[in-house]
Design a protein around this ligand. Structure first.
Ligand SMILES: NC(=O)C1=CN([C@@H]2O[C@H](COP(=O)(O)OP(=O)(O)OC[C@H]3O[C@@H](n4cnc5c(N)ncnc54)[C@H](OP(=O)(O)O)[C@@H]3O)[C@@H](O)[C@H]2O)C=CC1
Ligand SMILES: O=C(O)C1=N[C@H](C(=O)O)C[C@H](O)C1
Length: 257
């Protein structure tokens, strides 16, 4: 049985990982990192810890749905203290320093980083690249909608979609992305890519990439209707990454897309 370590085990997705693994024939929960208070009953042989070193020692692979500060501690364990297990990282909202740590750590252990663990969004990224390149004159606008508890904005998925759109047009996303419009801002500029965030209720995750032109528009939408889409996707790629060489992998590598 593959022993999976969970960072963020008490969270909305982390607790679903525990449920999913209870019914998995190939993998089980090896260890859970608990930051605050443990809220779930776990199999008696599960290691419960708040120590990153112990999390590494007790797992064959670690899945992370937590918070940027927690991922930073996980990556630091790899870089500074020899933590040596494959990582599946799903947390979003990293700053530049944390993004650099991800790259550094991926030279030492295999890491799959995906801002969205669903198959549908993996395909959507490809569709967005194709549409952005083919419909070169269309204006691109991205809207993401999430539940009221989400703390980072815009979503990691929306940023990844925007990157695919910008790259397909040889644009630098940092130069063309805008995140709001208010007041006498003037007409839309040709290359700008807006990424707008809505928050409310229990929306699991909804992303729409619109490509607008005179006379026609195309909207590509993905809606996650159940949060275990993400936990199940992460378990699938965690099984895949075991035994791979140290490198930064995308979900497309794991899904063969
Ligand atoms: N890539 C993907 O497919 C998806 C990614 N996500 C991302 O995953 C992350 C978690 O989402 P969600 O489960 O909704 O969030 P929650 O807020 O429900 O869970 C966060 C978890 O991280 C723990 N945590 C917070 N801060 C720290 C810290 N400093 N050290 C250690 N642990 C910490 C929390 O512990 P405690 O409960 O004790 O505070 C909790 O277990 C977010 O970044 C979200 O955007 C979410 C869904 C899908
Ligand atoms: O926080 C969430 O809930 C989600 N976060 C991810 C993101 O920021 O893109 C993925 C998903 O949309 C749900």
């Amino acid at each position: 049985m593959i022993k999976i370590g969970i960072l963020g085990s008490t969270g909305r997705v982390g607790s679903l990982l525990i449920d999913d693994l209870a019914n998995d024939s190939e993998a089980k929960v090896g260890a859970v990192h608990v930051y605050g208070k443990l809220v779930k009953n776990l199999p008696t042989d599960t290691v419960v810890t708040n120590d990153m070193k112990v999390l590494f020692e007790s797992s064959d692979v670690i899945i992370d749905f937590s918070a940027p500060a927690a991922t930073e501690a996980l990556l630091t364990e790899v870089i500074e203290n020899g933590g040596n297990k494959p990582l599946v990282i799903a947390t979003t909202g990293f700053n530049k320093h944390q993004q650099n740590l991800l790259l550094e750590a991926s030279k030492l252990v295999p890491i799959l980083y995906a801002t969205n663990m669903s198959l549908g969004v993996a395909v959507l990224n490809k569709l967005v690249a194709l549409a952005s390149k083919t419909l070169r004159d269309f204006d691109i606008e991205i809207v993401e909608q999430h539940h009221r508890y989400k703390v980072d904005s815009p979503s990691g998925t929306a940023l990844t979609l925007a990157e695919h759109a910008a790259n397909a047009r040889d644009l630098d996303l940092d130069e063309v992305r805008i995140s709001g419009r208010d007041g006498q801002i003037g007409a839309r500029t040709k290359d700008e890519i807006a990424v707008m965030a809505l928050r409310g209720g229990d929306i699991v995750g909804r992303h729409t990439v619109g490509l607008y032109n005179d006379g026609e528009f195309l909207e590509l939408n993905h809606t996650a209707t159940a949060r275990n889409t993400f936990s199940k996707g992460a378990i699938k790629v965690a099984k895949w990454i075991i035994g791979k060489e140290a490198k930064l992998y995308s979900i497309n590598d794991a899904l063969g897309l």
